[in-house]
Design a protein around this ligand. Structure first.
Ligand code: FEH
Ligand code: ZN
Length: 354
């Protein structure tokens, strides 16, 4: 396999609020216990424009976020070069050509959270591909932390595996935390049918509950129903659903109006699961939630064992992420379309298919 000496990519530069194209990036040399991943698919997420505007996720000292890095945190690829120590190992899972999706956050495997299997919340490091470290909007990515490499089942495409790392994993993780509350008679509301919300509908469909979905975009109705929502509304107040009649609400938007809708429609002892990060701060109705003993969960990403499980769900056909492949060279335009709410499902680039 011939690997070029340089490549191009897109990323963050502290001096600008827009994505930058970086040309002639040297392909990094591979350390003894590292490997080079050929990026076969990389997904675009709303956290990308958030990073460009709000800055990268802070790194824990003593590490300092660099002023420039390649973005793209939903990554899948194949091994194209092994470090000298790795190539000596006979029965290693790391072989030229083996297929992996990356866990977004690096984890140490050793802290209390990692040892509990909650490695998405590793307390040792806050390094994340594409959010404060080099990521997948380039052709070749140096993988230093081998723990982040999660194998892709043979029948799962690189595109699906890439979006699995965030847009499937994040709703999956949120649902795992409350799944013991879901019964066939449960009435569940999904607010927001973007990339994550549509995957949530597909996942929840497998729990056999009554699913209501809402989104301001009228054109998303048919997709939401196709993916398993029993009902869809642009405005829940125009439906027959009574206030305080939902058991669980998943909020994939995270703005004040969606919190207010959850307050109106959650039953006594209902459950609110917050996933969307539309606003940095929100007013939670403290007194009214207390009166009804509403249980509120906050979520961020997920754990590696859940990501492996998500890939099994895709492999078995239990979920099929909604993916649109876009020419890698059109990435800046796709980012603008995402910000302007013109994107449906998840955009994925194939940096090595130009
Ligand atoms: C997931 C895991 C770790 C970092 C960031 C995320 C995403 O939710 C960002 O979109
Ligand atoms: Zn993301």
């Amino acid at each position: 396999m011939s690997i070029p000496k340089t490549q191009f990519g897109y990323g963050y530069d502290k001096r600008y609020k827009t994505i930058q194209k970086f040309d002639d990036i040297p392909i990094p040399s591979v350390g003894a216990n590292e490997l080079l991943l050929k990026v076969e698919a990389a997904g675009l997420c709303l956290s990308d424009p958030h990073t460009l505007i709000g800055g990268p996720i802070e790194l824990k000292p003593p590490l300092k976020t660099s002023d420039k890095f390649i973005m793209g945190h939903e990554i899948a690829g194949s091994v194209c070069k092994l470090g000298s120590e790795l190539s000596k190992q006979q029965d290693s899972k790391f072989k030229i050509g083996s297929r992996f999706a990356l866990q977004i956050n690096f984890c140490c495997g050793d802290c209390e959270m990692c040892r509990k299997g909650l490695d998405g919340a590793c307390t040792t490091t806050s390094q994340c591909y594409g959010l404060n470290e080099d990521g997948g909007f380039q052709q070749y990515l140096l993988v230093k932390n081998l723990r982040t490499l999660l194998p892709i089942p043979d029948n799962v495409s690189f595109e699906d595996a890439a979006v699995c790392t965030d847009s499937v994993l994040t709703p999956f993780h949120a649902i795992q935390k409350v799944k013991h509350k879901i019964q066939p008679t449960s009435k569940i509301l999904v607010q927001g049918c973007g990339g994550l919300g549509l995957n949530a509908i597909q996942i929840l469909k497998n729990y056999n509950c009554h699913l209501v979905a809402t989104d301001l975009k009228p054109d998303i109705k048919s997709t939401a129903l196709k993916y398993g929502a029993n009902e869809f509304y642009n405005d829940l107040s125009k439906s027959n659903h009574e206030p305080q009649s939902f058991d669980i609400i998943f909020d994939f938007v995270g703005i004040q109006p969606t919190v207010d809708i959850s307050n109106k429609y959650l039953k006594k002892r209902g459950t609110l699961s917050m996933i969307g990060l539309g606003k940095f701060k929100l007013v939670m109705p403290n007194y009214l939630f207390a009166l009804r003993e509403i249980e509120v969960f906050y979520n961020f990403g997920g754990n590696s064992i859940e990501q492996i499980e998500c890939m099994k769900w895709i492999s078995k056909g239990l979920i099929k992420p909604d993916v649109t492949i876009v020419d890698f060279k059109k990435l800046p335009q796709a980012l603008e379309d995402l910000v302007n709410d013109k994107v449906r499902g998840r955009v994925v680039f194939r940096p090595n298919k130009l």
